[in-house]
Design a protein around this ligand. Structure first.
Ligand SMILES: Cc1cc2nc3c(=O)[nH]c(=O)nc-3n(C[C@H](O)[C@H](O)[C@H](O)COP(=O)(O)OP(=O)(O)OC[C@H]3O[C@@H](n4cnc5c(N)ncnc54)[C@H](O)[C@@H]3O)c2cc1C
Length: 538
């Protein structure tokens, strides 16, 4: 008899993004089942650059410290992103001299590098601790959707044992070649495949070639190849990703064609710029460099996240991070709908919020790929390059889950200038409680939060009454009094309200609504706004 399983959410794919979805749902009190075809977490390093936003998300679920500690063991911190002719040879350009230079003020968290092989077990442990179930060696072979849910057929890849899952919702975290997306007939739109790239994982004492430079990512452009290196501590292992071979005017973009270990070794030597360092190849992975976004991120009860929803070249290190942000946007919405705290229509805000943000990121990754690695590609269909910070922290949402001010929101902005405008990430400000420093961001992450100015006590009363009326937990704080000290007196400016104003922040740390002063403060106004955002009228 096949096993029958009933779960609120089935997550298909348990790699970086599926695992993050499981963790974030569990954080919101939902016990999802995540299934993964592979026998365990990542065995290859794969993605490693983690943005401040992803670290903020990890902070909110209690894994920031352990991720930072493990990252320290693995990589030098605050390294540069640069271009060289070869690792041993000439320097061509410095894109970022120090990974965290000039961004420390905008977030309590820092950018860092940690490979998926180290990160995924940390996410897994926390997800399981919070109640998520993860099954490896398990493949979803088919699924059907009806008005009330999803029925999916699973098969254990070693024992052949079958199981049927009944879930209210399904999250497709099944990667760039998503079979779920294919079955739903959702097209990918964008630039298509522009290179059949490879990643060569190697071992060898390349430390001396770094010549004391603190480097995180080294783009390589020379007459033999274009690609990039990433090297782990103690500088005896790393990878070279290769995008194309030969002359940039007539490049060979199918790097994987006729590939042998000997050819890969030649490429490695061409990237290193010397044959004097003995190197051995551990593994070679092939992948398509593309820049495409799914035409829809939702189909009924199915939601696409991560590479299933958008695929981008690695230039910029945005791919996995964008997927974690999808999961973060979706998790609280699914949780509130499943708990009966929000109407079903809240889920329809996932696509209009995430698709434009992800699409913009895909284009920015493409622009970086063209300018850093493939100048032969057409540049007339490419966006101008925006500051990394605007992509990582300045993406904005425009949907019915935000009460927008004057019209709409541009897609992205400098996070130092968004100042708690509805639809943007609530700004980081250092505050103090009981002598301990914390970030305003530490007040968010689970419930809706009313954050009022020091003379905005009326908003706390309004939040309290609205909470009772709506039977919804609302956290409420006054910044600058009631034990939450604002040492620099900067809150009103950072959140662009008067001392009597308030903002309403969503569980994902995005501002849902703002009142600049106390003139409209009442439990009715707070309840009305929340009912609209949570689609309760319908
Ligand atoms: C060389 C390189 C460097 C990169 N560096 C970075 C970086 O520094 N930072 C960054 O953010 N991104 C980076 N990226 C991008 C990043 O690797 C991807 O965006 C990210 O791994 C996508 O994760 P995912 O979980 O969405 O998809 P995947 O990692 O593809 O996972 C999908 C999973 O679903 C499973 N699956 C599929 N179908 C089924 C099924 N039917 N049943 C069960 N399981 C199934 C698969 O086994 C797979 O494990 C890089 C990419 C490359 C190629």
């Amino acid at each position: 008899m096949p096993e029958d399983i009933e779960v609120p959410v089935l997550i298909v794919g348990g790699s970086l993004v599926g695992m993050s979805t499981a963790l974030l749902l569990a954080h919101h009190g939902i016990r999802p089942l995540a299934i993964e075809y592979h026998r365990g977490t990542a065995i290859h390093p794969r993605a490693a650059m983690i943005t401040q936003r992803t670290m903020e998300i990890f902070r909110s679920v209690g894994v920031e410290q352990i991720v930072t500690k493990e990252s320290d063991e693995q990589f030098v911190q605050d390294g540069a992103i640069m271009a060289v002719e070869t690792l041993a040879g000439k320097e061509l350009a410095w894109f970022i001299a120090n990974l965290n230079e000039g961004v420390r003020d905008v977030s309590p968290s820092l950018r860092l590098f940690i490979t998926q092989s180290l990160l995924e077990p940390l996410l897994k442990a926390r997800a399981e601790e919070l109640g998520a179930e993860l099954r490896f060696s398990t493949e979803m072979t088919s699924f059907q959707e009806d008005a009330a849910g999803i029925t999916a057929q699973l098969r254990h890849r070693d024992t052949g044992e079958a199981a049927t899952v009944r879930a209210k919702y399904m999250v497709a975290a099944d990667g760039a070649h998503s079979r779920i997306r294919e079955k739903l007939g959702i097209r990918m739109l964008g630039h298509g495949v522009f290179s059949k790239s490879i990643t060569i994982y190697f071992r060898g004492d390349v430390g001396p070639l770094l010549r004391g430079r603190n480097l995180s990512v080294m783009y390589v452009v020379n007459p033999t190849l274009s690609g990039f290196f990433r090297i782990e501590k103690p500088f005896t292992s790393g990878f070279l990703a290769v995008h194309w071979l030969g002359d940039s005017k007539n490049p060979v973009t199918d790097v994987s064609a006729g590939l042998t270990k000997e050819r890969a070794l030649e490429m490695l030597y061409a990237g290193l710029g010397t044959r004097e360092v003995p190197v051995t190849i551990e593994n070679i992975m092939q992948w398509d460099a593309t820049a495409d976004t799914a035409e829809r991120f939702q189909h009924g009860r199915v939601f696409l996240v991560g590479d299933a929803a958008h695929v981008m070249p690695p230039s910029g290190g945005f791919g996995g991070n964008t997927g974690v942000q999808d999961a973060h946007n979706l998790a609280w919405k699914l949780a509130m709908v499943l708990k009966g705290e929000a109407g079903l229509e809240l889920l329809a805000t996932y696509d209009p919020e995430r698709r434009p943000a992800a699409g913009f990121t895909v284009e920015q990754a493409y622009s970086r790929y063209v300018t850093r690695s493939a100048p032969y590609l057409r540049s007339d269909n490419m966006q101008s390059i925006e500051n990394d910070l605007n992509i990582e922290l300045g993406y904005r949402y425009d949907s019915t889950a935000v009460i927008l001010e004057d019209g709409g929101n541009p897609l992205h902005a400098n996070p130092r200038e968004t100042k708690a405008r509805p639809g943007t990430r609530a700004p980081h400000l250092v505050v103090e409680r009981n002598g301990t420093k914390l970030s305003t961001l530490d007040l968010f992450g689970r419930n809706f939060v009313v954050l009022a100015g020091p003379r905005g006590g009326v908003w706390l009363d309004a939040a309290h009454s609205a909470s009772q009326e709506l039977k919804l937990t609302i956290d409420a704080h006054r910044v600058g009094t009631d034990g939450l000290i604002d040492p620099g007196g900067n809150f009103s400016d950072a959140y662009d309200i008067t001392p009597t104003g308030a903002v309403l922040v969503r569980p994902d740390g995005f501002v849902a609504w703002r009142a600049r002063d106390s003139s409209g403060a009442s439990s009715e106004s707070v309840a009305r706004v929340l009912s609209a955002i949570l689609c309760r009228q319908a």
